[in-house]
Each structure stands twice: as C-alpha cells, then as structure tokens.
Design a protein around this ligand. Structure first.
Ligand code: ARG
Length: 273
C-alpha cells in the first residue's frame, strides 16, 4: 500500500514536470539505457486498474491481435479479461496511454509457477491493431533456431532498474544487451551456494538464461521479450520469466524458451495473416 502510494506520488511528480525531457543516458531494466524511440516496436505494457491503469508486466505483439507474455503475469488463476488492458509501444509509460481491451487470456496448461516452467501465456486483443512505424510485430523463430552465447540479444522493459529500485519518472522504456548463458553453465551457476543436488535441474530445457552482474531484466520486466538479431531479422528468443534477484553473481536472468512453445502458440495465433 505504501509502495503504491509512493508510486502514485512519484508518478504525479513526474507529470508536473510536463513533457519528459529527452534523456541521453538515464541510468540503468538493470545496466541498460533508454531505448531509442524507433526501436522495439513490438514491446507492450500490461495494465491493471488500481488508482490508475498501472503497469504490471511486459509483453510482445506477435500478431495484429495477439500478445505473448509470461504465464505468471496472468496465471495460473486466470482473471476476467475485462480487468486488464494492453498499451502498445510507448516511449514513456503513462504519458500517451491508449489502452486496448482484451477478449481472451490463455495460459499454458502446464503452467504452475515460473520456476517449474511453461511460463507462457497469450492475450487476444478485442480488435486487431494497425501496424505503423512505431507499432510492429516481432517474428517468432523457426523451431530449429538456436540462440547461443555471442549472439546479439536484447531485453527491454519498464521494470526495476535494480533490486527493489523501481524505474523513476518519466518511466522511459529501457533496453539492455544481455549475453546468452548456455543452459548447463547457467544450471551450474544456479547450483552455487545452494544445497540442491547437481542432478536436480534448476534450469529446465524449456528455459534459457541471459545476463550477468551488470546487465539483466528485473521485476516488472516479466512477460517482456528477449530478442536476438539473426541474419538481420529480429526474433523473439525468450519471455522474461524469473531469476534470483537481478544481476546477482551466478544468477543470470531466466527466460521461457520460445522455440519450446511454438506448437502451443500456433494452436491460437494464425501463421498467415
Ligand atoms: N519475475 C519478474 C517479474 O515478474 C522478472 C524477474 C526477472 N529476473 C531476472 N533476474 N532477470 O517481473
């Protein structure tokens, strides 16, 4: 309640400053900077009504009528779609809201908790959106696509800029380039400092890892896209899912591996449109 009050107050404080001034290097998602206005046109913000339509998760536009997000953003207990809204790509959260209603929330049937996997969900918009210079779809990868260390991958969102430190007004969309961490290495990393047996996998095959102690996604980025550039085309490799804190040693950010869920996604999202 207190944090919400602080959020509302800092939000109002931000608004009284009028149009947000362009920011060249606003510190730190964790370790990143403000996204250029023409980048990440598939990024969306999920909203729930509190004192205002508050951002609670990210998402990505994968079809004119479908948003991909994390299961834990909208599940496992599904709320009525009427209590949520989608805001398409916005440079500063809340400043030019045009909230879109949704007609359906589909959480993966195997989703129970982020740590156990299948942390993926789809939202159907009531109406298809028109794409434009600043609103575009992100391509889903082919099933055979792999994402390996050394690829150029980025995560974007309006989440916390550090552990327990929320994004300050004027809430610019942030981006950070994150190194992919191969699953077995990430699993080893996560076992350090834990009693969990080495034979017990913490990082499942339907997850992938990215980030380091300087660069990571964080609370509020969940559901948002991890995208990689493959031969000049941006593809969504992951969905922000979970982590042990943010940008902590031996604790890369964990993402739902999109290629593990293509068949499920295509049960709902038309391939041709
Ligand atoms: N579960 C968080 C959320 O709901 C995302 C955490 C991502 N953590 C990380 N270290 N990358 O927003």
């Amino acid at each position: 309640m207190l944090t919400l009050l602080v959020l509302v107050l800092s939000f109002l404080a931000g608004l009284t400053h009028g149009a947000p001034a362009p920011v060249l290097e606003r510190a730190v998602i964790v370790g990143g900077k403000e996204a250029p206005a023409n980048k990440w046109p598939w990024q969306v913000s999920l909203r729930v009504h509190r004192e205002f339509w508050m951002h609670f998760c990210g998402g990505s536009l994968v079809h004119p009528q479908w948003v991909l997000t994390a299961g834990h953003c909208v599940g496992p207990n599904i709320v009525n779609p009427s209590v949520l809204r989608v805001q398409l790509r916005e440079q500063h959260l809340y400043y030019h809201d045009q909230l879109l209603p949704i007609s359906r929330i589909i959480v993966h049937p195997n989703f129970y908790a982020a740590e156990s996997g299948a942390d993926i969900a789809l939202l159907e918009l009531q109406e298809p959106v028109n794409t434009s210079s600043h609103v575009q779809l992100i391509s889903l990868p082919p099933a055979s696509q792999t994402f390996s260390p050394g690829m150029s991958c980025w995560v974007t969102g309006w989440g916390d800029v550090n552990n327990g430190e929320s994004l300050p007004p004027p809430f610019p969309l942030k981006q950070v380039k994150v190194p992919i961490v191969e699953n077995s290495l990430c699993d080893n990393n996560y076992h350090t400092g834990l009693q969990t047996g080495d034979n017990v996998h913490i990082i499942h095959d339907d997850m992938m890892c990215a980030g380091n102690t300087h660069k990571d996604s964080c609370q509020g980025d969940s559901g948002g896209p991890l995208v990689c550039r493959v031969n000049g085309t941006w593809m969504q490799a992951g969905v922000v899912s979970w982590g042990d804190g943010c940008a902590q040693p031996n604790r890369p950010g964990i993402y739902t591996r999109v290629t593990s869920y293509l068949d499920w996604i295509y049960l709902y999202v038309p391939k041709e449109f």
